[in-house]
Design a protein around this ligand. Structure first.
Ligand SMILES: Nc1nc2c(ncn2[C@@H]2O[C@H](COP(=O)(O)OP(=O)(O)OP(=O)(O)O)[C@@H](O)[C@H]2O)c(=O)[nH]1
Ligand SMILES: [Mg+2]
Length: 683
């Protein structure tokens, strides 16, 4: 602080909000208004500074954060425009903690309110001061008061309307700023023009301003007294309250505009400039001391096609230079190979990274997203710990060309480091490698990146289900393996009994040989032969939950061998198991589905349509209007549950699963599984 005024360090502002609400367009408008670019591009033309990656262009949506640093008047802001799709929400979650404030871009559209609620929740939980920007005002038709009542459902903090539209023939042509008490007429791609308050607007303005002041007065007793005594409060005081109540997260100020037409952008920037908190407040929120070695927090790691790894980080303390040695919060030491300022996909080298700046650090190869790092050799403690969300969708992956196998492994490692919400899972028993994540688009984009950034082509398939089989009744059989070829023969002879065990018991081998009819040294051979056989039982699947007892046998002093007894055991198993009434077992998952309450019957329908069993439901703790539904669903039926659940809940429903038990599968579904297994090669 100098002269009681906060120092003008660079700020970092997150742009967040529901899918397709106009966040990247707003960033574009900000770039235009601040003179960073000459003319704003448009989403429809695919020429915005944000969303410049091939994947973002191909899908016409943001699939990673876009960063841009701008100067507005004499101050620096870095904006982090986060993707709106819930499938990429983890990127937003990682970026939020170091931001001084967030601009939540939303629409006056009731269908998007649940998605808005999810975003606001994240901000409420991370305790980030936030503005709401009601975008697309050019297409709005509903009265702003009604819109506000609808949007309030999504926010636990009171919304504070600061602007009202000026309507002409049902179109918003400008706005009145209630704090300034000034009217503005929109101009396309230019700052709005200040005009006299139009005739007839005064009563509306007074009423809306009074509502705003009343809300502010909830946290300012002397303002309340002024209002009660009908004294006009001084303007400065109103602005002070607006800033303080935003910072203390007592209200969410609401501004309006149109990102695509560049309307409402200057006032938004001015509000950020005057009211958004600065680094010292953010450090206090994060519990980071303002003195100590230089410190930065990584919000995202990217792997550029040519430049190697780039860690995007905000400098929370001190400054960093190229060549500085740093140590990450997990203890790894490395060196800064270069520093870059970011404007979408364009980068420019900078000599140093100063306190408050959010920039790219080149080649911090051992520092992961979510870690912080400090200059020197004293390991800093972690600032944030955000666990990645549980995966809800999976692909099985296979390289198109076998020679890419090794490159796939290293490319996947990098992709997962870029995006910790992706998970790689090896399932050797199914001969499968899986990529798991937050939805089909999330995984598709990852696969596209494998190709575009790492030149590794992969094929995707539906993941296999880990079926097993067991028996339903005890059975017994004898296996004799005898061969007389020339001099040395082979001889092994065993009698085995098999019996079913309860679910989850696995496979037990018991030896009940007496009198040495099978010599000691061959008993492990019998077990090994049995275990080898049950890798693929009579139905074609691994056999589980059986006890196998060796009851009898015979041997030959010359011809018996380890291999011969293994063979004999396999012969006995091959005969015994089919007599034990084999049955297929399928994995059943315990599933917890989270949904807005009104979607409960649709969600229950999805469970029953998937051979699922509903165990019960309850209200979601701390989430008014939301429920949790518990069910058991066969793994084979989970597949696209997330897709249907999202379509039943305007995108906000989700679930988590854990393996619960194996259950018998009979009838037609079992026949289908067995038929497809017969067609597949043995694993
Ligand atoms: N009418 C109108 N349309 C807009 C406005 N701003 C954005 N759009 C449109 O909204 C759509 C989404 O725009 P984006 O800027 O990509 O939205 P986004 O929020 O960044 O989208 P995601 O990052 O994918 O969630 C595009 O079709 C834009 O043309 C606006 O002010 N008015
Ligand atoms: Mg976007």
């Amino acid at each position: 602080m100098a002269n009681g005024r906060p120092e003008a360090g660079p700020r970092c502002i997150a742009i967040v909000g529901p899918f397709q609400s106009g966040k990247t367009s707003l960033l574009e408008a900000i770039l235009e208004r601040t003179g960073t670019i000459e003319r704003a591009g448009r989403a429809a033309n695919g020429n915005m500074v944000g969303d410049a990656s091939a994947e973002a262009r191909a899908h016409a949506m943001s699939v990673e954060p876009n960063l841009a640093t701008v100067k507005f008047l004499d101050e620096t802001f870095t904006f982090i425009d986060c993707p709106g799709s819930v499938e990429f929400a983890h990127d937003m979650r990682m970026a939020l903690p170091v931001c001084d404030a967030a601009v939540v871009v939303c629409e006056a559209d009731d269908r998007k309110i649940p998605a808005l609620e999810l975003v606001l929740r994240e901000l409420e939980e991370a305790d980030i001061p936030r503005f709401l920007f009601i975008n697309k005002i050019d297409t709005a038709t509903r009265r702003i008061r009604e819109t506000l009542v609808a949007l309030q459902k999504a926010s636990r903090t009171p919304l504070l309307l600061r602007q009202i539209p000026i309507w002409k023939d049902g179109i918003a042509v400008g706005f009145i700023d209630l704090a300034l008490e000034r009217a503005f007429i929109y101009r396309e791609h230019a700052p709005s023009e200040v005009v006299e308050l139009p005739d007839g607007e005064l009563p509306r303005e007074k009423e809306a301003r009074f509502s705003m002041l009343e809300r502010l007065a909830d946290h300012d007793d002397s303002l309340m007294e002024d209002l009660i005594s009908e004294i006009e409060p001084p303007k400065d005081r109103v602005f002070e309250d607006l800033a303080r109540e935003l910072r203390e997260r007592q209200v969410v100020p609401v501004l309006i505009g149109s990102a695509e037409r560049g309307n409402g952008v200057t006032r938004l920037l001015k509000a950020l400039r005057h009211e958004a908190p600065r680094l010292p407040e953010t450090l206090a929120r994060l519990g980071v001391a303002s003195d100590g070695p230089p410190l930065a927090q990584v919000v995202k790691s990217l792997h550029t096609a040519h430049g190697g790894k780039l860690s995007i980080a905000r400098v929370l303390r001190g400054r960093f230079k190229e060549g500085d040695g740093v140590i990450g919060s997990r203890g790894s030491e490395t060196r800064i190979a270069g520093l870059l300022s970011l404007l979408g996909s364009q980068t420019s080298r900078i000599p140093e990274a100063k306190e408050g700046e959010t920039v790219g650090f080149a080649r911090l190869d051992t520092v992961a997203t979510g870690e912080c790092f400090a200059a020197g050799r004293t390991r800093p403690s972690a600032i944030v710990s955000i666990a990645p969300p549980e995966p809800v969708y999976a692909f099985a992956l296979k390289v198109k060309d076998r020679k890419d196998d090794v490159r796939l492994t290293s490319a996947l490692q990098k992709i997962v480091e870029e995006d910790p919400a992706l998970v790689i899972e090896q399932r050797p028993e199914l001969g499968e490698m899986r990529l798991l994540g937050q939805g089909e688009m999330h995984l598709r984009v990852a696969v596209e990146r494998l190709q575009s950034r790492f030149q590794v082509g992969v094929e995707t398939a539906k993941p296999k289900v880990g079926y097993c089989e067991t028996i339903r009744q005890p059975a017994a059989a004898r296996g004799r393996h005898k061969k007389q070829t020339g001099g040395h023969g082979q001889f092994g002879d065993v009698a085995l009994e098999v019996r079913p065990l309860p679910r989850g018991e696995g496979v037990i081998f018991e030896d009940k040989i007496t009198g040495g009819v099978v010599p000691r040294q061959y008993i492990p051979s019998v077990e090994a032969g049995m275990r080898d056989y049950i890798k693929r039982g009579p139905l074609g699947f691994p056999v589980v939950d059986i006890a196998v007892t060796l009851t009898d046998g015979s041997y030959h002093s010359v011809d018996s061998s380890d291999a011969a007894f293994q063979m004999a055991a396999k012969i006995a198993m091959a005969e015994a198991l089919p007599k034990g009434k084999p049955v297929l077992l399928e994995p059943i998952l315990a599933v917890e589905i989270t949904i807005p309450s009104e979607a409960m019957s649709k969600a229950s329908g999805l469970v029953t349509a998937r051979r699922g069993q509903i165990l019960g439901y309850d209200s979601r703790p701390g989430w008014e209007g939301w429920d949790v539904l518990n069910a058991m669903i066969p793994e084979a039926e989970i597949g696209d549950l997330i897709v249907e659940l999202r379509s039943a809940t305007a995108g906000v429903g989700t679930f988590s699963t854990r393996f619960d038990h194996m259950a018998e599968l009979t009838g037609r579904p079992a026949e289908l599984v067995m038929a497809s297994q017969k067609a597949a090669p043995a694993h």
